[in-house]
Design a protein around this ligand. Sequence first.
Ligand SMILES: [Zn+2]
Ligand SMILES: [Zn+2]
Length: 248
Amino acid sequence: MVWRNLMESTQKLATRFILLLLLCVLGLSGFASPASAISYQTVNCVVAYDEAFEDRSWESYCYHPETLARVIVEDVSYRFSQEFRIYLRIVEFVMWEPYLPHVRPEDWIYCCIQQTGFRSCILTNVLIAFTGEDLPGAMGCADREKKAVIVEEFWTQTFGQHTDNILQHELGHLYDCDHHNEKDLDCNMNVYYKWIWAEWASFPIELLTENWCEVCEGIIMANRTTIGQTMTGSSGSRYRTIPIGAAI
Ligand SMILES: [Zn+2]
Ligand SMILES: [Zn+2]
């Protein structure tokens, strides 16, 4: 009897000791690596589209133009979020109409800014203007100062949708990335023309890739907080606190 009691109390002591040890280990590990605060950027976007974009959406994709624009912006947002923790959030859709002729793509941006009354502020950080018209001499254009980009809807039989890559490229300019012109550089900011036999035409590499080179990655990462709002959250609650997941 005494022996059994002694055994039981020894077992209890051992159990308590193990529990205590576990608590100590957990406490120490928590002390050694506290929940790291992760910062991310939310960029509020006003999305404008013209009648030609609307026509193309219905005719080519059977999509409502806002759905097409949303799919493109979401796609590009995913790329920026994976690389830089930058999340594009659409806050408003508006229609605009380019009054032709506009000689330079920059004029098209100013036209859209005038019509929409866009001003980069805390609620609306960036203007993304889609057009179904052919931009003169370019497929997109960016105004770093005004935080506005214009993007032409462009599709080929061989590759499908290119508009997402054009948008990615123009947003890269807003973060101060410049062009490369290098034959084999796999970068969305590379404007080197590559011959595509299947299309019997040349395309700038920017249209063909969603990758960034290391230089551009460094530039965007360094400037990521210059646009939008910086949010922080612990690594554990990060995905619950990001509003963008639900918003787009
Ligand atoms: Zn460019
Ligand atoms: Zn690059």
